[in-house]
Write a protein that binds this ligand. Sequence first.
Ligand SMILES: [Cu+2]
Length: 444
Amino acid sequence: MSTSTSASTPASLSSHVGAAIATISVIVIALLAVTLTPGRTPALTSEGASTASSAAAATRTQEVDVTVKGMSFVPDTIDVSPGTHLIVNLTNTGALAHDLTTPSGASSGLVAPGEKARVDMGVIQESTQAWCSVAGHRQMGMTLDIRVRGSEGDSRQSGHADASRIGMEALLEDDHPLVTPMLDAAEASSHHRVELTMTEREERLAGHARAVWTFNDRVPGPTLRGKVGDTFEVVLHNRGTMEHGVDFHAGEVSPDEAMKPIPPGTSHTYRFTATHPGIWLYHCSSHPMSAHIAHGMFGAVIIDPPDLGDVDHEYLMAYSDLALGDEGAQMTPDVVAFNGYPFQYVRHPLQVTVGQTVRIWSVNAGPNSPLSLHVVGAHLTGTWKEGEWGVRPGSGIASQAMELAPAQGGFVEVTFHEPGTYNLVNHVMSYAERGAKAQFVVTE
Ligand SMILES: [Cu+2]
């Protein structure tokens, strides 16, 4: 940024002089501009450069003091008239470094705790949003809305609009490498030591960029499996750029220490004993949890009930909502999936032969949408959910769907009697249409 105090060019708008002087300068410039170029008004870009414009309205400059408090901008909304040249005087009173970034690319640069920055937001013609671009901070609420008065109807497009551009056709064609749903039996050992590395990367989903945060670079994270009484020692390494943490529902531990935030570059050991059978969710414990889960940080711990029978195949179908782009989770997600990727087992159906019985374990990682697990054309002749049998295999009764609210888990057992293509769906049908569908191809 220029440190010139000359009022002869608009570049001085971005100077570091005091607010009062700057304001006077702006008035002088505006007067000069109007005087020197009658009928033409200078339009100021985000870089503070002057370009000729045919806009009729005179540019008005507005300076606003914005403070970073904790993980928020205060105020978090600025109302302006159309065509206002907006300057934000940013003061960081938080404990971490932050920035203020705009869609046009203007940025304060990284502002250390206790420091100030002057950000030229350019001429605001329509409502928009600025944010802190430090990884994870936008998701945690570090956004600054700039609202143009009288333009509520055409306010900025949110990430939601971005998501709605992803059509079902594109999701069906998206050829992400298959996540195997096959489950291994539990190891005989009664002590399980696991290393989980927390990572962040960007992926393409149906042609759109999407942030994916993981345990061990996969979604869902690795499945841990054992029996009641087993001990688990999970060593977590945060190789990401933001804080993560973990919450294993399978354990009964004080959250205070076990689920504490793990700063980037550090490790943490989480120990628990499996006291009860079930398929238990684990998920990132960092705020906002909805975003960390919807970006991929979840997995399952299976503690086998003692009275499980033999089946021909066992699968895991961990259900979740997907956060797209940079946004966090939505109450009504645009895209959902079994094992992280929508429709992957429609593109790559699971192969079964007539007469075989399969056990499908599922956990609803949410964070928000409900799951009603149903197999089209088949009955659930075994169901177990949240600590108890619903339908016992061989009892002569059956069920049509198993409901799992977010954080609940269980399994269903199905025997296929005829060849054909059988869909496993979330029978909340809109979610089946948004990615929660898998296929079993049954052959003789
Ligand atoms: Cu996380």
